[in-house]
Design a protein around this ligand. Structure first.
Ligand code: NAD
Length: 369
């Protein structure tokens, strides 16, 4: 069978290569058992890329990313590179690739697996069954607006300032991603703003309203960000998809992530605008970093990366059935009591990164039988 989808693998630093090895296992399984095959290229990013090429984002990696249907990344960074000049630090590689690929939409699901619901700091009945999606605008807003800076004032004090800017096309394109996401889920979209104080977000709200007619099946609501933060910890299950600005999304997505209890379980996706042929630039990665404290010990949790791969199938290739299969395999394995060290509880079986990866593949065998 010919390879029909091009993937770029960027294992990166620290535990990145360890968790990506387990994704390979899942992909090999899919190649053997299902109708799709992948043509995988591996590239360099982060500290390892700097060591080999002098740049955390070599030109070759960028070119390969631009020629791929989707990119899957492990993690970058680590103490070895912390003293490097700012512009060649590993994290510059990650920010660079996001920017060059024009990734403006950041998808952060917060899903609580039943087997791990007790790990949340919130009460069981608040988080059990939670499945929400936070969509954060990633290339505009307060983090990128001009003017920005810190000025010396004549009286010897200093003034710091940043500017929150959005144009209607910027709001519309993230809004349309949000409506499309809601259409694939429970058809409820909550747009989060601060329209009682910030003019930019009055325009954000009006723009969301102006496009909602194109999505008659979706129920659109609006919420102020301070209330949204409260509601996320009070009753998070009221939400389906939340869409918001860069800064609000930065904060709310971390807040939602912690409802789920563990960093080793959280996937993410960042999407750009489709080109003329309909191909949409996309980068998938676990939310966690390179975990230098456990690198090389074979104990990292590979599930965040495996679930990022499941998002890749769902959002880049519309392969919902296969993505569901992987999600179900993860759920069954956890229900069966297997745990990596980060999610270990009394009475469960502690397993290595590799055993967790192998268990997912064995479960996929069972589910597909
Ligand atoms: P981190 O996410 O790497 O680790 C935080 C804690 O969570 C550590 O105790 C770690 O052992 C644990 N952890 C993380 N992922 C795990 C997994 N899959 N399985 C088990 N335990 C896991 O965050 P940090 O320690 O703040 O940062 C370490 C390095 O990673 C830094 O250089 C930072 O800049 C970088 N970083 C990179 C990314 C990225 O590549 N997207 C994100 C965050 C941090």
């Amino acid at each position: 069978m010919p390879a029909n989808k091009k993937l770029l693998f960027l294992p990166g630093d620290g535990i990145g290569p360890e968790v990506m090895t387990e994704v390979r296992r899942v992909i090999d399984w899919m190649d053997r058992r299902r109708s799709v095959t992948f043509d995988i290229t591996e590239g360099l990013i982060g500290g390892t890329a700097y060591d080999e090429t002098g740049s955390p984002l070599p030109e070759e990696t960028l070119e390969a990313a631009q020629n791929s249907d989707a990119v899957l990344m492990g993690a970058v960074g680590g103490p070895k590179w912390e003293t490097l000049p700012f512009d060649v630090q590993p994290e510059r590689g990650l920010l660079g690739i996001r920017k060059e690929m024009g990734l403006f939409a950041n998808l952060r699901p917060a899903i609580v697996f039943d087997a791990l619901a007790e790990a949340s700091t919130l009460k069981l009945d608040i988080v059990k069954g939670l499945d929400i999606m936070i969509l954060r605008e990633l290339t505009g807003g307060l983090y990128f607006g001009d003017p920005r800076g810190v000025e010396e004032l004549p009286d010897g004090t200093r003034k710091g300032y940043n500017t929150m800017t959005y144009t209607t096309p910027e709001v519309e394109r993230i809004g349309r991603v949000a409506f499309d996401l809601a259409a694939k889920r429970d058809k409820r979209l909550c747009s989060v703003d601060k329209a009682n104080v910030l003019e930019t977000t009055v325009m954000w709200r009006e723009t969301m309203e102006s496009i909602k007619g194109d999505y008659p099946d979706i129920e659109l609501s609006h919420m102020y960000v301070d209330n949204a933060a409260m509601q996320l910890v009070r009753n998070p299950k009221q939400f389906d998809v939340m869409v918001t600005t860069n800064m609000f999304g930065d904060i709310l997505s971390d807040c939602a992530a912690m409802l789920t209890g563990s960093l080793g379980m959280l996937p993410s996706a960042s999407l750009g605008a489709p080109d003329e042929s309909g191909r949409r630039p996309a980068l998938y990665e676990p939310v966690h970093g390179s975990a230098p404290d456990i690198t090389g010990q074979g104990i990292a949790n590979p599930l965040a990366t495996i679930l990022s791969y499941s998002m890749l199938l769902r959002y880049s290739f519309d392969m919902a059935e296969d993505a569901d299969l992987i999600d179900q395999a993860a759920q069954n394995i956890l229900d069966g009591g297997l745990r990596t060290a980060d999610i270990m509880e009394e009475g469960k079986a502690k397993v290595s990164t590799q055993v967790m990866g192998e268990a997912i593949v064995n479960e996929l065998d069972k589910l597909a039988a």
